[in-house]
Design a protein around this ligand. Structure first.
Ligand code: NAD
Length: 498
């Protein structure tokens, strides 16, 4: 379908995808899905809850225990994974369009993001073929012990709305490639591309029950998935407080959990940094994806020598950023996902004023006022103890602070509960490494914006998460490691009662 035709397409209402069928929710209930640019309804979505989760998990369990998936030869399983990747490639324009319509993320950015989604499937297919290998342990001439990697069972995947398709495929691909079956609970604010993922996977011909999608709210559908005794693991991406609730709720059924949580990441710019590149990276890092980015550099620490010049340059850029329709390729910042989230972000601008910041931002034009727009905003004269410097705002808002020397920069950057990402800009190579080592975060970039390599570990420390996704790091999570001990000699066996 052409780009123009996509714009005139009416979005159909969305059903759940359970056991290879698109179905209404058991209760018949639905919820409304809104366009963040107009706040008009896009469509309605089947609202799954406990009953639907029961059905989806039963289907996934059956497909794992008795369906062909559990016994399928690796090569055949991978054919489905590669096929899904090919089918995603055929749909890239449509997925990007739906993602922008649903979330308000600018289409130039969703296009790049979803182009990488098919690579998630290919990458994990290759990874499983090449790197999901066991180990052998020789014990003198008595034993040979070897490890096997087996799928865990039914994987419950719970995802947020800020990069929906990318994050869903980032979990679905390794879960399926390693041989698990899946129940996905996508975020309620962004159901469109998750529905398309179900359509694409359905078209791949994958056996019924291997992949299921239950739309619905976190407190009902998500909660039922987390508590279900037949679900072995939960991979979650979302807010830190939700992650903590999920860990508590999954305890009774002893699930393994992977937690990719919130962030409030520092960017440290030293006087000797490449000024223009640091400026570009700093602006992109906070205002791309509407600032709704877990690894956003929402805390800027400027060394005192460049502070004035850097802040002036930031102000000039902030006033020039294009706000507008997320479906327009020239738009750089679109509306926030939902009215509720908009209210939260705006409340932080008020808090910033009360805490003594100068709130520097541009005007929202009349035509954008119907959408959930927050213009790119600098919180000048912030200090690290303020709420706006400590709490995740998750919008296009950056707290700007200063430091004297390396010791102070590291101390301030680490003085926070989160530990997801960090960015360092300096032309002193030794110092770049030193600061990278000292920062308490899972992922650091030195003289770079957030460019990722799928082979590397992804995840956070402190309140930003537990565990690592990406590369072979997820294998431990999506597989059981079994050890087989084989006697090859006559080792001693105690002879009780002889
Ligand atoms: P959220 O925690 O509100 O929701 C995420 C998902 O959890 C949704 O599908 C929601 O329905 C579900 N959920 C909510 N309550 C639940 C419960 N009690 N039981 C089970 N499921 C429940 O997060 P959000 O607002 O959708 O996303 C934004 C957050 O995600 C930010 O904090 C951001 O930093 C974080 N995030 C982290 C990463 C990362 O990799 N670390 C990546 C993207 C986003």
């Amino acid at each position: 379908m052409s780009k123009e035709a996509l714009k005139h397409e009416k979005q159909q209402d969305i059903q759940l995808y359970i056991n290879g069928e698109f179905v209404d929710s058991a209760s018949g209930k639905t919820f409304e899905n809104f366009n963040p640019f107009t706040n008009e309804q896009v469509n309605v979505v089947a609202e799954g809850d406990k009953a639907d989760i029961e059905q989806a998990v039963a289907a996934a369990r059956e497909a794992f225990d008795n369906g062909p998936w559990g016994t399928m030869k690796l090569k055949e399983r991978m054919k489905y994974i590669y096929k899904i990747a090919d089918l995603i490639d055929e749909e890239v324009e449509r997925i990007a369009y739906l993602e922008s319509l649903d979330t308000g993320l600018p289409i130039s950015q969703t296009t790049n993001m979803v182009a990488r989604a098919s690579e998630n499937f290919r990458f994990y297919a290759r990874m499983v073929e090449a790197r999901l290998v066991g180990e052998a342990y020789q014990v003198d001439d008595e034993f040979i012990n070897y490890t096997l990697n087996t799928p865990v069972g039914v994987a419950g995947l719970i995802t947020p709305w800020n990069a929906p398709f990318m994050l869903e495929t980032w979990k679905v691909a390794p879960a399926l490639a390693t041989g698990n079956t899946v129940v996905l609970k996508p975020a309620e604010f962004s159901p469109l591309s998750a529905n398309l993922l179900a359509e694409v996977i359905d078209r791949s011909g994958i056996p019924a029950g291997v992949f299921n999608v239950v739309h619905g709210f976190g407190e009902t559908a998500g909660d039922a998935l987390v508590k279900h005794p037949d679900v072995q693991l939960i991979s979650f991406t979302g807010e830190t407080t939700t992650g903590s609730t999920i860990i508590k709720n999954s305890a009774d059924t002893l699930k393994s959990v992977s937690m990719e949580l919130g962030g409030k990441s520092p960017i440290i710019v030293f006087d000797d940094a490449d000024f223009d590149r640091a400026l570009d990276a700093c602006i992109w890092g906070i205002f791309s994806f509407n600032g709704e980015r877990c690894t956003a550099n929402s805390r800027l620490f400027l060394q005192e020598g460049i502070k004035d010049r850097f802040v002036e340059a930031l102000k000039e850029r902030v006033l020039n950023i294009n706000l507008g329709n997320p479906l327009d390729y020239n738009t750089q910042v679109g509306p926030l996902i939902h009215k509720e989230h908009y209210d939260k972000v705006v409340s932080y601008l008020q808090i910033a004023k009360e805490e003594g910041c100068e709130v520097f931002t541009s005007e929202i034009s009349e035509e954008n006022k119907k959408g959930n727009f927050v213009a790119p905003t600098l919180l000048l004269n912030a200090t690290n103890d303020m709420r706006v410097a400590q709490e995740e705002i998750f919008g296009p808002v950056m707290a700007v602070m200063t430091f004297k020397d390396e010791e102070e920069a590291v101390r301030l950057a680490n003085d926070i509960a989160y530990g997801l990402a960090g960015y360092v800009w300096t032309n002193d190579g030794k110092r770049g490494h030193r600061v990278a080592h000292a920062l308490e975060a899972g992922m650091i970039w030195v003289n770079a914006q957030n460019v990722r390599d799928l082979r590397t570990p992804f995840g956070g420390s402190k309140d930003s998460g537990i565990g690592r996704e990406g590369g072979h790091y997820g294998f431990g999570f999506y597989t059981e490691q079994k050890i087989v001990h084989v006697a090859i000699g006559n080792h001693r066996i105690p002879q009780f009662g002889k």
